[in-house]
Design a protein around this ligand. Sequence first.
Ligand code: GAP
Length: 502
Amino acid sequence: MANEAKKPAQEVGKFQAIISHCKEYGFIFPSSEIYDGLQAVYDYGQMGSELKKNIKDYWWKSMTQLHDNIVGIDAAIFMHPTTWKASGHVDNFNDPMIDNKDSKKRYRVDHLIEGHAELLKADGKEKEAEELLAAMDALLAKDDFAGLKQLIEDNKMVCAISGTCNWTDIRQFNLMFSTEFGSTEASEIPPAGGGGANKVYLRPETAQGIFVNFLNVQKTGRMKVPFGIAQIGKAFRNEIVARQFIFRMREFEQMEMQFFIRPGTQKEWYEFWKAERLKWHRSLGIPAEKYRYHDHIKLAHYADAACDIEFDFPMGFKELEGIHSRTDFDLRSHQEYSKKKQQYFDNDIDPATGKPYGNYIPFVIETSIGLDRMFLAVLSQAYEEQDLSTPERPDSRVVLKLPASLAPIKLAVLPLTKKDGLPEVAERIMSDCRPHFRCFYEEKDSIGKRYRRMDALGTPFCVTVDHQTLQDDTVTIRYRDTMEQERIPIEKIKELVMNAIG
Ligand code: GAP
């Protein structure tokens, strides 16, 4: 990647170190690795799946349990094919791409131009870079592909592989994966509602599963506008330029919430959710300077306002979450295609008329965060390489300073030796704590090595059972971030950990 090469070596090095760490400690493996992996597809290992689940739970609780007017659903990945016609994804879910004729390498046009802008910035040409990006935004907003190609040629942007400026015209590529539904013999039977074939799509966003269930949930849950429906689930996109580890994947997970509101109130609710979502990120203790908003100039086909919450990843500020004011585009379009009314009757009194607001198609504010990107944000924020050398001996550690609530393991219970009844006491502590939070027992290796392993997994607390424990029922508790140790009574362990994980 041309622009990555210009990132400070330290940051690029950190990103590589995080990727290696994920593999070494069971967080993330390349998918089907024994067959050399599958590009932009990853598996979460024993530690990664715990961390990912904790992030999901943190989001789910904050959205559903802490908001009385938001409920959750779990819709199927496969949806009726007409869904994607109505949502606009069949016609509009495209990326403009350009190929280099010499290397045959394909680029997303915006990535190619942004990469060139990064190079300009690295050369101190900030103003030129900003002008280039502004020109790109203006041309993208008009879908002016000839103008974009001209911009690429005028700026002499070259392919990172061939080094040439020999480009094809710009073309659109649809990002949805499709497959066949049912047996091939049955292919003469068209699916209900038309479409003509058995072609179904793997959903490129979870949002549509919410829209098509809007009335089911509203009616059965007796929900009153404003209300929200939240969902966590897999989404699939045939990303052309899939790179940067779990940042851009072909199979990923989204945590989305559609908030249904009265038409005309979208501006205030958009601002509300923009602020609310940033607050959620900050509640994890990540510093404010790691986040920024990026307001969209080119809006998606469904939006009247949109912004990203960007995070300062090791490869720079990039989109982590989107907040979109989706108007009534989706519900209106589903109403049209399904011929089923997607309306809500609002019996609140409109002060302007003194009468009920009546029937309308609600407007929607969407919050949409990639779970895998959140995982990467949390992990890259937590990852620290520390030099602990003293004049007497060199030493270092890698520590994941994960928020205790997200850490895969909350407490490690470590008997100092395998004998003298210490494992039995440790097992008693395990039995007491196991039902409440995830604990880990280990008696192999020196205590120093065991602490280091727990640091690398992000375990916030280790307790060591030693010979003094047999006399006074106390243990040494070691705090991951400060490495400080103190003695506490066994009976205090559970409470201390539970207070920390919230
Ligand atoms: N429903 C709206 C929607 O899907 P989006 O901006 O295309 O909007 C929302 O995606 C979020 O999903 C992004 O902010 C990002 O965190 C995540 N995301 C999108 N494409 C992704 C990919 N290829 N790999 C990982 N995460 C992705």
